[in-house]
Design a protein around this ligand. Sequence first.
Ligand SMILES: Nc1ncnc2c1ncn2[C@@H]1O[C@H](COP(=O)(O)OP(=O)(O)OP(=O)(O)O)[C@@H](O)[C@H]1O
Ligand SMILES: [Mg+2]
Length: 255
Amino acid sequence: MLLRAQDLHSGYGEMEILHGVSMTLDKGEIVTVIGPNGAGKSTLIKTMFGLLKITKGQVHFNENDITGKHPRELVLQGLAYVPQTSNTFPSLTVLENLEMGAITRRTSPLPLPWNRTQRLATQKPMNDAEIRERAAGVIEMFPNLQPKLRERAGTLSGGEQQMVALAKSMMLDPTVLLIDEPSAGLAPKLVDTLFSKIVEINGNGTAIVMVEQNAKKALGIAHRGYVLETGRNRFEGTGEELLHNTDVARLYLGG
Ligand SMILES: Nc1ncnc2c1ncn2[C@@H]1O[C@H](COP(=O)(O)OP(=O)(O)OP(=O)(O)O)[C@@H](O)[C@H]1O
Ligand SMILES: [Mg+2]
């Protein structure tokens, strides 16, 4: 088991949004989380990534208890997160975005307060030359970005920007990638391109938790899925099972 959330309770301020959500991710898997607007899907991945206070429940990553750990520490342990919005630096070029993607692993001559967290890290720090080398490798995985490297990310199309966000997260060479609604606002053809890229990343050894509104297509590429509703688990199963579950289809897949 790579990632396990158990009975998670969390929310914003006094307002509890997750009322005991559980999920697991195994090595090699793509797990998708679907459910209506406001169900708590984004909240679930933000909570696992250490962005929200957990009031009850635990998160384990690689058998380590990471409940309440800071995202900076989680990144160094091999967890990466692509947010639903604002997931690139629009005024930086594509190449600069990639370099920024590795900033949390960059070696620093300064005695930064978080350097001590590197003791727990499984990811080795990278110097500038290693970051450039890693960027070259990531660009090979995303050949469509090659001609755009010197363009500002904010000037690219929606689909290209999602590719930049994904590529940026791959700079960390994560063991587990948490992706929030990568296909939001994309035309169907671009969704297919993006999902193929996600399958390719998964095939190269990164396990993936993907939140999606595009439920049918997401279940189509997922090994397993979870349906959330009002901050609780509603259904779970293999991608196939959920696609063919009549209740899931009626309630969440548009019949
Ligand atoms: N920053 C925030 N402050 C306060 N409440 C929030 C915040 N973000 C989300 N919420 C509330 O938490 C609930 C769950 O939101 P969340 O973003 O997790 O839903 P979601 O399942 O990702 O929905 P969507 O499909 O629209 O992205 C909603 O009622 C939402 O209004
Ligand atoms: Mg969301």
